[in-house]
Design a protein around this ligand. Structure first.
Ligand code: DAH
Length: 340
């Protein structure tokens, strides 16, 4: 038997007794490591006289192939054995319950938004979506606030790097989009969505919150229709016994403008910190659509009239659930979010 044949027999025999992962690693190191037996045998090639080299080289390569294949086979076998062992010894109980899934829930603003839209749905309003990035002209100008109009100060604004593009400060510009699409037809829409204000974040004010805008246009629509609609809405949301009060106010896009209050549900109108001891809670702003706005929307103020209103969803949510700090909505605090 030649030296190489002897080496082969030795390698195969050693492999046969290396049945676990550890001893296979050791075998591989001994035979194929840097100073292993196979590289050593290869090195011998340089010491041989020229004519013998070719035959020896071929024989060493063959040895290398045989041992490599035998090693791969032994490794696969060891893996299989390890798996069989783990199946035989480790117990699997298929009757155990799985890991429970954490189920999410709707964000409180979404819950309240849906309640508000459902209430207006019952009153015959359709939902109309409009953009959150608005041009200055639609957010202010079309709503009867030309550039430098002092009323613009009522809305601290996020401007973008695009001149003339702002984050909408209210859902009111949606009125213009809806009107221009539907003019001169009668219209009853609610416009839900996020609005943005460049304001200090406090317990009572956020830089981002939801509003719902409402717009009702047609012929012979008056202030009493507005009052009836809002009373019906407030009672649907807060209960049939709610009292509603109206104060005069100012918005550039309505004339006359009003603010609508309801009796405080938190203290039964006795007076508490939330209603500032007045017994009344401010719910929304509203009014009869200004003729300038009607015209900008494509309606003829001599023929058409209508009312609009706007309310803050988080604020309504806070009143419904007795929440004192508006920052909770975007805090990402799961204890808050899970309590709905
Ligand atoms: N856009 C007003 C705001 O954000 C709310 C509002 C008031 C909307 C009166 C209206 C309205 O449509 O008629 O403060």
């Amino acid at each position: 038997m030649s030296d190489l044949e002897q080496l082969e027999a030795q390698g195969v025999a050693e492999l046969a007794t290396s049945s676990d992962e550890q001893s296979l690693i050791a075998w591989n190191q001994r035979w194929f490591g840097k100073t292993g037996l196979v590289p050593l045998a290869l090195k011998k090639l340089t010491e041989l006289p020229g004519p013998e080299r070719k035959a020896y080289g071929q024989a060493v390569n063959k040895l290398k192939e045989i041992l490599s294949a035998a090693f791969a086979k032994a490794q696969a076998l060891a893996k299989e054995r390890a798996l069989e062992l783990s199946i035989a010894t480790e117990q699997l109980d298929p009757t155990l319950p799985g890991k429970p899934w954490e189920s999410g829930s709707l964000h409180p603003a979404t819950i309240t938004m849906r309640r508000i839209l459902a209430a207006f749905g019952e009153l015959g309003y359709e939902v109309y979506h409009s953009r959150e990035v608005e041009d200055d002209e639609t957010n202010f100008g079309m709503l009867n606030m030309p550039p430098h109009h002092p009323a613009r100060d009522m809305w601290d604004t996020f401007h973008t790097t695009d001149p003339g593009l702002v984050l909408r400060t209210h859902t009111s510009p949606g009125q213009i989009h809806a009107m221009r699409e539907r003019a001169p037809n009668p219209l009853r829409v609610v416009l839900p969505g996020l609005v943005y204000r460049y304001e200090q974040i406090t317990a009572r004010s956020e830089i981002m919150f939801h509003q719902v805008e409402g717009l009702c246009l047609g012929e012979n629509i008056g202030l009493t229709d507005l009052l009836g609609t809002l009373e019906a809405f407030i009672r649907r949301l807060f209960g049939p016994d709610r009292k509603v009060r109206v104060r005069s106010s100012y918005f550039p896009f309505t004339e006359p403008s009003i603010e609508v209050d309801m009796d405080c549900i938190l203290c039964s109108a006795k007076g508490c910190p939330v209603c500032k001891r007045s017994g009344w809670l401010e719910i929304l702003g509203a009014g009869m659509v200004h003729p300038v706005v009607l015209r900008n929307g494509g309606y003829d103020p001599d023929k058409h009239a209508g009312f609009a209103f706007g309310l803050g969803v988080e604020r309504i949510n806070m009143l419904l659930y007795g929440i004192e700090d508006i920052r909770a909505f975007w805090s990402g605090d799961l204890r808050f979010l899970r309590s709905f």
